[in-house]
Each structure stands twice: as C-alpha cells, then as structure tokens.
Design a protein around this ligand. Structure first.
Ligand code: NDP
Length: 285
C-alpha cells in the first residue's frame, strides 16, 4: 500500500500560507498583490482554467484583472496590452492563458512579458535563471511537484530521479529543480530506448507525457515515489499517465489523478504572484 500524496491537501495548505502572506503584506504596506489574467478566444477548457485561477485569487486575497479578448485579435494588439500591463503598478503578475489561437505567436507573447511579472515562469530569462540556479520565478507545475515532495518528507538528495517528458513547461524545468535539490536526474522522452527498464531505476519517477495510463507496474521499482503530471480527458473524467491501480501496490508513494499535481499548479501560481509583488516592492517578511 503506497502513501497517497494528496495534492488537494497540500494545495489548500499552500493557499492558506499565501493568504496569510497577502494579509501581512497588505497590512504592512497597504498594497494589494494583483494578477492580470489574459484569455484570448473562447476555448472552453481555457475559459474554465481562467475562471478557476480567478477563484483562487479571490480565495487568497489577490486582486485579479480580467482581460478577455476576441480570437481575431492581432499580435500587435495583444502585445500592446502586455505592454500596458507591464507598465501598470497595480499588476504584479501577468498570466496569458495558453494555447493561443494559431495565428498568434506564443513565444513572442511570452517574451514580451516583463520577466519579474512572468508568474508562469516561462520567459527565457526565468528559464535561464533556473538553469543558472538563480532566484527567479519558477514554472508552477514542476514547482508544485517539488512542494509535494517536500510536504510529504520525500528525500530527494542523492536519489535517482527519472523525468519522463522534456517539454519546456514541465519536463525540463522539473529535471533542473530536482537537480538543484541534489537528485541524480535522467530525462526520458519519446526516443528513449528501454524506457521501462530506465524508469525502474528511479527512486522518484515523474511522468509528464500526455498518454493515458502508459506507466504500468513494469516501469516502477518497489517503494519508488511516482508523481503523475499527466492530465488526459477520458469518457469518465480525467486520466493520468500512470495506471494508478496497477502501480499503487508497488510504489512507496504516489499521486492520484485528479487530486495530485493539478491543484498544486494553481496554488503555486498564487504563491508566484504574491512573491512577485513582494519582490517588486522590496517586502521581505
Ligand atoms: P508535451 O506534449 O509538450 O510533452 C510531452 C513529452 O512526452 C515530450 O517530451 C515527449 O517526447 C514525451 N513523450 C511522448 N510520448 C512518449 C512516449 N511514448 N514515451 C516517452 N516519452 C514520450 O506535454 P506537456 O509537458 O505540456 O504535458 C505533459 C502532460 O502533463 C499532459 O498530459 C498535460 O496535460 C499534463 N500537464 C499537467 C499539468 C498539471 O497542472 N498537472 C500542467 C501541464 C501539463 P518528445 O520530446 O520526444 O516528443
């Protein structure tokens, strides 16, 4: 029987801490942390993510500034809005919901955001800072995974960690964050040979692929910690990349889907926003 890593619980605890910090910051400085949320078009999944993020803001006391734009907005118009938000002192974090409609250049939009307000941690300056081990904004999902490991007292130092997936938003920053905590890290991807054997060497296995239930018991070492980042939409709801029922009896600890990494991503966005505000105004408490 594995320890079930409850992301809802750790996310609630993280949001409580953020709420406390927001209250202290407001009391001491009179400043409200603010997050601008930009949604382009009307993709239902993106709309629902944006509403959840706005609800999180209300819950922790962060002001949210809602910008809903039509799908046919031009690159120039979107970048002009980003410029305005960059210059707005009430805005400490800017979140542009991805994916953008296909005519818009996501990379250029990300690069337009002032790195200090890039609370997603996707700007090249923040990604580069992570590589260099600097104190910069870290991407929310891998940061949430690190918080889960910490909260559940799972030792990272000296352990073998395998990260399956090498995307810029999850796999690569995840590997760097584990490395920063002194794990020995291997990154696997679609061209990796003997993936199951490699995964079986992992004390900590993080899977961020986007293939429902691809990780079964044959990929997991007895007692390993298994973190499932995958979110796949099935007929009966969300499905992870890990076959939970098959892996749970072997693993030492495991995250469920839903209720594992997902809630942590949103909680870390709130933390990144209050941190961005505190840095901006030089508030160190
Ligand atoms: P990407 O599609 O950008 O990356 C997927 C990665 O998986 C790629 O590196 C790819 O390899 C690798 N891959 C694909 N097939 C295989 C395979 N058969 N064996 C090994 N590796 C493979 O996805 P993301 O990183 O954006 O997302 C991954 C998953 O995490 C998705 O399910 C997504 O929904 C979820 N997610 C969840 C979040 C959360 O909050 N919980 C946040 C963000 C994402 P290659 O590079 O060689 O193509």
């Amino acid at each position: 029987m594995a320890l079930i890593i409850d992301g809802n619980k750790t996310a609630a605890h993280t949001k409580d801490m953020v709420r406390g910090r927001v209250e202290r910051l407001k009391r001491d400085t009179g400043i409200d942390p603010g997050l601008a949320v930009v949604l382009v078009g009307d993709d239902p999944a993106s709309k629902s993510y944006v509403s959840m993020k706005e609800r999180d803001c209300a819950e922790v006391g962060i002001l949210s500034f809602d910008h809903r734009l039509p799908a046919d907005i031009t690159q120039g118009e979107l970048e002009a809005l980003i410029d305005e938000l960059n210059a707005d002192d009430a805005v400490h974090g800017i979140l542009v919901q991805m994916p953008l409609p296909k005519d818009l250049d996501e990379e250029r939009v990300i690069e337009r955001i002032t790195p200090a307000k890039d609370v997603d941690g996707f700007h090249p300056a923040n990604m580069g800072g992570l590589l260099r081990g600097n104190d910069v904004v870290h991407a929310c999902t891998p940061l949430g995974v690190m918080r889960l490991l910490e909260d559940y007292g799972i030792e990272v130092e000296g352990k073998n960690a395998v990260v399956v997936g090498r995307s810029t938003i999850v796999g690569k920053p995840q590997a760097l964050m584990l490395l920063d905590k002194n794990a020995t890290v291997t990154i696997a991807h679609s061209r990796t040979e003997n993936l199951a054997d490699l995964c079986k060497t992992a004390d900590i296995l993080v899977v961020a692929v986007g293939r429902p239930h691809m990780i079964d018991a044959s990929f997991v070492k007895e007692g390993a910690t298994v973190i499932d980042v995958g979110i796949n939409r099935g007929e009966d709801g969300l499905i992870g990349d890990v076959d939970f029922d098959a892996v749970e009896p072997i693993a030492g600890a495991i995250t469920p889907v839903p209720g594992g990494v997902g809630p942590m991503t949103r909680a870390m966005l709130m933390q990144n926003t209050v941190d961005a505000c505190a840095r901006r105004i030089g508030y160190t408490k």
